[in-house]
Ligand binder design. Structure first.
Ligand code: ANZ
Ligand code: ZN
Length: 802
């Protein structure tokens, strides 16, 4: 009998699979596209947390292979962007060099997982042959009017010295470095993702994604329905339009608030208020939008002007306050302190009247201590609307307002257009030339890629210009349109650009003519299963859906959703649930674990640590248990291999139960319980083996079931069982419920009424069979003369002795 030597076996099979790939496209099989969120090749290498997602996706891929699919399972590198650039600056090496070194190291580490990645499909977002198409998509968007320039206050990270998308600002801080985000006025390239807001929202219904993620996307898109209402400015012929989702409360509007950035904010000031108004506008410009929304105490300034409520003619003061955002709705609101929390707080602080217009139980509240925000109750203090139900009115008011000519029904989205420029070096140059005569002109498609010039100084400038602006010979060019001297755009694209479409490129990564051929796209896409961390629930997944819809619209692909099914794995954390990171000093590298226990054990342990969708704490010591299981199963197989034991009804039953348990748990992605299931059944079989033999079919079935999880040992045992094919050429075993029912009963065996043992036997066994088996079980205790053998059917065997 051979003992288990993981190093030898794993080396042997890795080499073998390289020479004889197990996942081959014979053009007859159905396709299955199982995609990992591709890694960012940072300098720290992989830790056991990164392994988790890759093991899950590989198990799933191999499981699909065993269902006779050709599995598209590619891997690549998302290598442009801030983290790579910051790392390069810290280490004092050029980002291209450090990125390539990091890729090499991480690729080696990923190969240790022994996943069935098809490295011929590899892509790298910083490869000119790849980013040519990232730029091409931008040019197409520009031509379709979806990419445009706009001067606007953007989120600015003073530490990373670059602009950030809204999505990259978390609680007012830079998602990358944690610095407080401020505002800066810059001319930006924008992508009109808002044009797709409705489709991005309604098509969520088509997706087999976790509900939680769909909800996060829906909330981010933030569709709301209401009305715009026009208020005249007292004493002028101008008007201010507000956006409200509660037009039913129009009679209760006792003041109006404009965002400090509102175009009319300054004009509304009177000589008396001018100084205070300008100071307030300046102070607000220093705050980020999140700070403003979460600001603890309301601040504001009275402009000195009044607006006229178009419904009842009431004269209401116009204030400025930073709780109103300039870029949502119309940047101006009518304030109903009785029914809105923020307005209530503001009115209390600045002593503005509060008029209740919805009565909950028909009664007016004497002294309101908080706003009543439900649209439930009867209208009061509302002129002709008195007595109506507020919920009904809320729905009908927009149309009524439109009829009266004082406003119109509108829909608003929280989703903003995507700020697409970064003032940094390490990204795809935006392929635009600025011509004094022709304006912004795209680089001709046949001239792409527009290469990122090699420079020595790639540190951020902090001026709001990218380091590319310093390269004169690059910046100065001629206009593709009129040929006159012109300047290149010097901003680069955000990190998300390449990852928004990379999954399309894998299947046709060497195509020089097209981003992806129609034929390949239709053959292999969309992605059937996408596996990655939940931290990408909004950003990356929303951008990818937007890009796919755009490419569908311009005829590049025939589908409009990229990822049919999504699985989000939880994080592996260090002790006490702390995220693994170099700075916390709690990073566990897979390298030593693979060396000491083997890839198969680490793969199983990655799954065993906990439910895959939840965060799980890592404890190195636990891997021992998995290793023991593998060795025990190995030894069982080795000891039974040449025995040629017959299958018994009990073994058939166990086999079918094993198949069912593993299959249903795997289908439910309950991968940790798959592993515990293997352990449980392994123990059962070992117990049986103590007194009898295990038939080959049962052991081979176990090996096939184990193969997606621990591929090396499965391959080795499969070959030990005498096969010269790969274990992955099998079909996933199926089970038969009827063979799983319990036909066996347990019967105590007694001598003179005292239990001496038990037997397990078919409930249909005859009296003679039962008694023979019973006597056999207590043979060494049958020392006297047997005078009587009693069998109470299904209950008891009693041997009477003298
Ligand atoms: C009057 C009113 C009365 C409101 C009431 C609410 C309750 P969502 O669902 O988020 O779309 N609002 C509109 N534009 C705003 C802006 N630029 N900044 C901050 N707040 C703004 O909410 C829309 C509601 O948020 C609008 O309805 C408006 O206040 C406010 F009892 O108008 B409401
Ligand atoms: Zn020109």
């Amino acid at each position: 009998e051979r003992s288990y030597n993981h190093r030898e076996i794993e080396q042997k099979w890795r080499k073998h699979w390289q020479e004889h790939p197990v996942n081959v496209n014979d053009n007859k099989k159905k396709k299955y596209y199982c995609l990992d969120m591709f890694p960012y090749p940072s300098g720290n290498g992989l830790h056991v947390g990164h392994w988790r997602g890759y093991v899950i996706s590989d198990v799933w891929s191999r499981y699909k292979m065993l269902h006779n699919y050709y599995v598209i399972h590619p891997m690549g590198w998302d290598a442009f962007g801030l983290p790579a650039e910051n790392y390069a600056i810290k280490m004092g090496v050029h980002p291209e060099k450090s990125t390539n070194e990091n890729i090499k190291n991480i690729k080696r580490q990923i190969q240790e997982i022994s996943a069935v990645y098809d490295w011929d499909m590899e892509v790298n977002t910083t490869d000119p042959e790849f980013y040519k198409w990232t730029q091409w998509i931008f040019v197409k968007m520009f031509k379709e009017g979806l990419a445009y320039e706009k001067e606007m206050p953007i989120n600015w990270c003073p530490s990373c010295k670059t602009g950030l998308a809204n999505e990259e600002v978390v609680n007012g801080k830079c998602e990358r470095c944690g610095a407080d985000v401020t505002k800066k006025n810059l001319k930006q390239w924008m992508l009109k993702i808002t044009k797709y807001a409705d489709r991005l929202l309604s098509d969520l219904d088509k997706l087999d994604w976790p509900e939680k993620v769909k909800k996060m996307q829906a909330d981010w898109i933030g569709k709301s329905q209401g009305a715009e209402v026009d208020f005249a400015i007292d004493g002028t012929d101008q008007k201010i339009t507000v956006y409200t989702t509660r037009p039913d409360t129009l009679h209760g509007a006792t003041f109006m608030v404009l965002a400090p950035e509102h175009a009319m904010a300054k004009e509304l000031a009177t000589p008396k208020t001018q100084e205070a108004v300008e100071e307030y506008i300046y102070q607000s410009s220093l705050k980020s939008s999140v700070d403003r929304l979460q600001g603890k105490e309301k601040t504001g300034v009275f402009t000195g002007s009044y607006a006229i409520n178009p419904l009842n003619g009431a004269k209401v003061p116009i204030w400025l306050s930073d709780y109103v955002l300039a870029d949502y709705g119309t940047g101006a609101i009518m304030c109903v302190p009785a029914h809105d929390d923020r307005d209530f707080e503001f009115a209390k602080k600045f002593e503005i009247p509060i008029i209740q217009v919805i009565a909950k139980d028909g009664k007016e509240i004497e002294n309101m201590t908080e706003a009543y925000t439900d649209a439930v109750g009867t209208m009061i203090n509302s002129g002709e609307w008195n007595g109506m139900e507020s919920a009904t009115l809320k729905k009908e008011a927009p149309a009524m307002i439109e009829k009266m000519g004082i406003g119109r029904a509108t829909t608003n989205y929280k989703l903003r257009d995507w700020v697409f420029s970064r003032q940094r070096y390490w990204g795809e140059p935006i392929p635009i030339v600025h011509c004094p005569d022709c304006g912004a002109v795209p680089v001709p498609e046949e001239e792409l890629p527009l290469l990122l010039p090699k420079v020595d100084s790639y540190q951020p400038t902090g001026t709001g210009e990218s380091p590319l602006a310093d390269i004169d010979e690059w910046v100065h060019t001629t206009c593709p349109c009129c040929g006159k001297p012109a300047k290149r755009e010097t901003n680069t694209m955000p990190q998300w650009a390449g990852s928004s479409w990379y999954f399309l490129r894998y299947v046709d990564n060497k195509n020089k003519e097209e981003l992806v051929s129609k034929e390949k796209a239709n053959q292999y896409l969309p992605v059937d299963m996408y596996i990655g961390g939940v931290e990408h629930a909004v950003l990356h997944l929303l951008y990818s859906r937007f890009y796919t819809k755009f490419l569908n619209d311009i005829g590049v692909v025939d589908f409009d959703e990229p990822f049919i099914k999504l699985f989000n794995q939880g994080m592996i954390t260090g002790k006490n649930g702390i995220k693994m990171s170099k700075s916390k000093g709690n990073v566990v590298s897979p390298d030593e674990l693979v060396r000491d226990y083997g890839c198969d054990s680490l793969r199983l342990y990655e799954l065993f640590v906990g439910p895959p969708e939840l965060d799980s704490e890592w404890d190195d010591r636990g891997i021992d248990g998995v290793y023991r299981f593998i060795k025990k199963f190995w030894n069982l197989c080795q000891s039974q291999m040449d025995k040629d034991a017959k299958e018994t009804p009990e073994l058939v039953k166990i086999r079918h139960r094993l198949i069912k348990d593993i299959t249903t748990r795997l289908e439910n992605f309950s991968l940790n319980t798959v592993v515990s299931g293997f352990m449980e059944y392994n123990n059962k079989l070992n117990d049986i083996a103590k007194t009898g033999g295990i038939d080959k079919t049962t052991l081979e079935t176990f090996v096939i079931l184990l193969s997606p999880f621990a591929p090396h040992i499965a391959e080795e045992l499969w070959s030990d069982f005498g096969h010269d094919t790969s274990v992955f050429e099998n079909e996933w075993p199926t089970y038969d419920e009827s063979l799983m029912v319990d036909n066996d009963i347990e019967i105590p065996v007694q001598i003179n009424g005292k239990t001496k043992g038990t037997i397990v036997i078919s409930k249909d066994a005859s009296k003679d069979e039962v008694i023979a088996k019973g006597k056999e079980a207590i043979r060494d205790k049958l020392t006297g003369n047997v005078i009587k053998e009693i069998y109470v059917p299904g209950k008891i065997v009693n041997i009477v002795m003298k």
